[in-house]
Design a protein around this ligand. Structure first.
Ligand SMILES: [Zn+2]
Length: 262
């Protein structure tokens, strides 16, 4: 090694000898930051709903969102929609007492739906044989340098979907578990993250109502369900359903009906 070898050369040489040399945690975390979002009271909690493949973006938030270029629309649910759900039975088999686990999840889900109150634009009904989405519990956590995923949900459309829960969620205090569900249900209602227009530009969004950082669709200490969240959501759907609101900033609203899967 001669004296002119600089740091970059050295790094290159090391990388050549060690094909499994890791990038720095900070570098990887920076790169992943735009894909994974942190919410909850702790900095190491993330929501996975927004971690979508770069191709099929879709709907919408109080940042309300839109579909892919050429197919831009804000997806909201049609009037009088009941989303039918069931547990994915095989995923519950990780529990010694699946019945007890299901009951606990049912209570969390019910508390979260109740928190949205009459702002909730859809009803939910547990149906063993007919469902629009399944509640799936993962056996293992999914973590990266930004933290662990708590849960992931979906946005309004006609497909069959999962509301997925990771073990890390059950490590949180109950209030945080409920808030996680409130946040994920917000996505199911069509809401994007508060910061969608800043850090999720690959999936366009539009802002409707008050764009206050204190919202359940934000993260960290500011992730709280507020009366503004509920009022704006309720107004959004009332106006969309009455036909008074057909587009937001030029992006058309499309009312979706679920496709019920046997
Ligand atoms: Zn989220």
């Amino acid at each position: 090694m001669n004296q002119t070898t600089n740091k970059a050369d050295l790094d290159g040489e090391l990388a050549q000898h060690d094909p499994f040399k890791l990038r720095s945690k900070r570098e990887v975390a920076e790169e992943l930051k735009s894909l994974v979002h942190v919410y909850g009271k702790h900095a190491n909690i993330v929501c996975k709903t927004e971690e979508r493949a770069p191709t099929p973006p879709r709907p919408n938030e109080l940042s309300v969102g839109v579909g892919p270029p050429g197919n831009n629309f804000i997806a909201l649910w049609d009037k009088n929609v009941t989303l039918r759900w069931r547990f994915q039975e095989r995923s519950m088999s990780i529990y010694a007492n699946p019945t007890a686990a299901k009951n606990a999840i049912r209570r969390l889900f019910a508390d979260a739906v109740a928190a949205w109150g009459d702002a909730a634009p859809v009803k939910f009904s547990e149906q063993p044989n007919l469902c629009d989405f399944e509640i799936v519990v993962r056996a293992a956590n999914e973590c990266n340098y930004n933290g662990c995923v708590l849960a992931s949900a979906f946005f309004p459309d006609t497909g069959k979907h999962n509301l997925t829960i990771y073990p890390e969620m059950f490590a949180q205090v109950r209030q945080e578990q409920v808030e996680t569900f409130v946040h994920e249900i917000g996505h199911i209602f069509g809401l994007r993250h508060f910061f969608a227009q800043v850090s999720e530009q690959d999936w366009p969004s539009q802002v409707f109502g008050r764009h206050n950082p204190l919202t359940i669709m934000n993260y960290g200490a500011q992730s709280q369900l507020t009366s503004a969240d509920k009022e704006d959501l309720k107004r959004l759907y009332q106006q969309a359903w009455s036909g008074q609101l057909r587009q937001i900033n030029g992006t058309p609203i499309k009312l979706m009906k679920p496709l019920r899967m046997p």
